[in-house]
Ligand binder design. Structure first.
Ligand SMILES: Cc1ncc(COP(=O)(O)O)c(C=O)c1O
Ligand SMILES: [Zn+2]
Length: 373
């Protein structure tokens, strides 16, 4: 498998031991890898994300639970139709399985025996699950106020859970320190995670008859799904499998919007914000490490940012539940953003978005926020 690991800021190359988190200059690391995938290769293969294996820089011994190929379903809000990827249906209940399956396959190939990860919950669940599948010991650091369903899920997979007092950034710091003695299976820093999330683009394109939609509405916390989708559509366009990269509409909670503020001000890096509380815990990221890449991807796609209020998030959560879609509050924030964007969109525009996380992850919070009516 030919690939190289390099710094996205200064270009320096590194050998891949699984242990390097960042460049010495502080920049995040990316992968240089040429996909050799062509649509006819997927014909007759199982319907999971490994049907795009020529687009993934790993070998055949994959750590898998048959994940991927989530349904792309039409769902109507405010009289407008959206195509919604059902990412809440993954084995651990969120799209993070895309990244974790590929990242843990890679670390398993390297012979890694012990990993550490930090998360607002869902990435921790996914890394813990795929570590369990791969026979790898796993320590997960989460903020103290993480939903009990997520912490229970992490521990059920046999991972060791560390609850860290303070902010989400304090949790990330604790994990980074712990990573000095083992491998940091980070959904934010590891470029392998983005190799996994890029399969969303391949699936959407195939589900639309190998075409790209006009618009993609995705969350922007750390931007792990958004960056993966951008990478995937860029690869598909370069290979002339689709004609264009969709316009990316990035959604942040107004209560924590360092990227939306930077975008509005024409800046290349996230701005410092004093975040207030949001029910969308998964996108409450004050200092996204790949923030400049998210801003660059949204700009390059001709896209934009939308911010959503707490009232809009709760209203979308309620509307989704009443429509039969049991999703978690962070996921409802994305739908609120899609609805806000659609008010200005051209009629007939194909807008693809996602239910990113399952409601069973946050039952107590959902009960508090929406029900009973
Ligand atoms: C349910 C859910 N949706 C969306 C996100 C946003 O993550 P990102 O911006 O890294 O794609 C998260 C992150 O934890 C999440 O758990
Ligand atoms: Zn560098």
């Amino acid at each position: 498998m030919k690939y190289s690991l390099y710094c996205a800021r200064c270009g320096r190359e590194y050998d891949d031991t699984g242990r390097r988190v960042r460049c010495d200059c502080g920049g995040v690391l990316d992968l240089r890898f040429e996909s050799s995938f062509a649509p006819d290769m997927a014909v007759g293969r199982p319907h999971d994300l490994w049907r795009y294996r020529e687009a993934l820089p790993v070998g055949d011994d994959v750590v898998t639970m048959g994940e991927g190929w989530t349904p792309l379903l039409p769902v109507t809000f405010d009289g407008r139709e959206f195509l919604v990827k059902q990412e809440q249906l993954f084995p651990t209940g969120s799209y993070k399985d895309r990244g974790a399956a590929v990242l843990m396959t890679h670390l398993h190939e390297l012979g890694v025996k012990h990993v550490v990860e930090d998360s607002s919950g869902n990435a921790g669940c996914a890394v813990a699950a795929y570590s369990a599948r791969g026979g790898i010991a796993c320590d997960i650091y989460v903020p103290e106020d993480t939903s009990p369903a997520k912490t229970a899920q992490i521990e059920a997979y046999g991972a060791t859970l560390y609850r860290v007092p303070g902010t989400r950034e304090d949790t990330a710091r604790a994990a980074l320190e712990a990573a000095a003695t083992c491998v940091y299976a980070s959904h934010v820093y590891s470029p392998w995670f983005l190799q996994g999330t890029k399969t969303l683009a391949y699936e959407v394109a195939e589900q639309l008859g190998w075409t790209a939609p006009e618009t993609l509405v995705l969350p922007a916390g750390n931007g792990t799904l958004l960056l993966g989708a951008y990478l995937g559509f860029t690869e598909l366009m370069r290979a002339e499998i689709v004609s264009h990269v969709p316009r990316i509409v990035a959604v942040q909670a107004a209560a924590c919007a360092p990227l939306a503020r930077a975008f509005a001000d024409g800046l290349d890096d996230p701005v410092e914000v004093h975040a207030s509380h949001t029910v969308a815990e998964g996108i409450a990221i004050v200092t996204p490490a790949r923030g400049w890449q998210v801003l660059a991807a949204v700009r390059a796609s001709g896209g934009l940012f939308v911010t959503v209020s707490e009232q809009e998030i709760v209203a979308s959560l309620r509307d989704c539940c009443l429509g039969g879609w049991f999703i978690e509050p962070t996921s409802a924030a994305v739908i609120a953003g899609a609805r806000r964007y659609a008010r200005t969109a051209v009629v007939g525009e194909t807008v693809v978005t996602a239910f990113t996380g399952h409601g069973l992850k946050a039952v107590a919070k959902i009960a508090e926020l929406v029900g009973p009516l």
